[in-house]
Design a protein around this ligand. Structure first.
Ligand SMILES: [Ca+2]
Ligand SMILES: [Ca+2]
Ligand SMILES: [Ca+2]
Length: 212
């Protein structure tokens, strides 16, 4: 009996160690903002070939993902260090723009701008890699398809294959050039739907009602 208990504990430990609970997906890359205002992906009213570049990441796991201190690289080197407190809820995303003043909803995702001042995504081909401080946890490369005045995305979102395809021809895009923080069709990722502040407010109301 004692021997059986020890075996079960050993099995549980192995399972936990190999299942971090999160699964980071590089879902969309915007290397070549279209000319004029159509390329204004960060919504600040100015089209900028560098600032409107972005990378959209998604947590496809069941647990929140703390990316504090992690880094985003292109083929050249480190472009962004995720600041302390960067946590992606399960089933939600995060968007890193090259720069500017991101303005909009972005599907209620966390939005950051590159800590080095640019993402430096080459239009004719480049790579995006996420490193957790000790090893690479996700990486996607693209070729000339990245240089057509729009983003490249997984189609369908999250599970679509590589290479990523041009956003305007992805299923449900309706011809849109990009979708930072949302699915291809503009809808919100399920894990981002209810901000914690709203949840807390609802809970407080419920509690007060119960008291009264
Ligand atoms: Ca570029
Ligand atoms: Ca802009
Ligand atoms: Ca998207």
């Amino acid at each position: 009996m004692t021997r059986l208990s020890i075996s079960l504990v050993g099995l549980l430990s192995v399972t936990l160690a190999s299942s971090p609970g999160w699964a980071l997906v590089i879902n969309e890359i915007h290397a070549d903002p279209a000319t004029e205002i159509a390329g204004d992906a960060n919504g600040d009213g100015v089209r900028d070939a560098t600032e409107d570049e972005f990378v959209e990441l998604y947590n496809d796991g069941a647990a929140p993902l703390d990316m504090s201190g992690w880094t985003l690289h292109d083929g050249y080197g480190i472009r962004h260090t995720f600041p302390a407190g960067t946590v992606i809820p399960a089933g939600c995303g995060i968007v890193v723009f090259g720069g500017g003043t991101p303005t909009g909803e972005f599907g209620k995702c966390t939005v950051q701008i590159a800590s080095t001042g640019m993402l430096g995504l080459n239009n004719t081909g480049d790579s995006v890699t996420i490193n957790d401080g000790s090893s690479d946890v996700a990486s996607v490369a693209y070729g000339t398809e990245g240089g057509d005045n729009q983003s490249v995305t997984r189609d369908p979102d999250i599970t679509g294959p590589e290479p990523l395809i041009k956003h305007s021809v992805a299923t449900g895009s309706g011809g849109a050039l990009f979708s930072p923080g949302t699915r291809i069709n503009g809808t919100v990722f399920g894990g981002c739907c209810v901000p914690s502040s709203v949840r807390n407010t609802s809970w407080t109301r419920l509690k007060n009602r119960h008291r009264n």
